[in-house]
Design a protein around this ligand. Structure first.
Ligand code: CO
Length: 134
């Protein structure tokens, strides 16, 4: 059911420093900084030949990743995102298998303008999983 790895997301305490590290030290192609107020994050995308790295920093007070940064002050891996062809079919199959879909279970429009869902990390060996319909 899952297809390509779309991205790995890393929460960072300093977005500019992280972007500079990926650009200057690792020699990667790095996007401009993008505020996504509806998701409570500011992002920078690192474009790799086979996938992307999503650098995340909390935006606003209610940001869902603020707690993560408080628990991991130097940053850390936050989620992996797998591509699916049909997000509603994927959701229904996962629910049938007993996996928990976060929120109200309805896909939201994610950072790339495409429908996404998040799956409970406890059902996936401690890793928050994002599904994106491509
Ligand atoms: Co993501």
């Amino acid at each position: 059911m899952i297809g390509r790895l779309n991205h790995v997301a890393i929460v960072v305490p300093d977005l500019a420093a992280a972007a500079a590290m990926y650009r200057d030290t690792l020699g990667a192609t790095v996007s401009v900084t993008q505020d996504l107020p509806e998701h409570g994050v500011t992002t920078v995308f690192v474009e790799l030949p086979n996938t992307k790295i999503e650098l995340l920093h909390p935006l606003g007070k209610g940001s869902a990743i603020m707690k993560f940064l408080e628990s991991n002050p130097s940053g850390g891996m936050h989620h992996v995102c797998y591509e699916v062809d049909d997000i509603l079919a994927a959701r229904d199959r996962l629910k049938q298998e007993g996996a928990r879909v976060l929120g109200d279970g309805e896909p939201r429009i994610g950072a790339h303008g495409k429908p996404v869902l998040f799956l409970h990390p406890k059902d996936f060996f401690g890793t928050l999983v994002e599904l994106e319909q491509v």
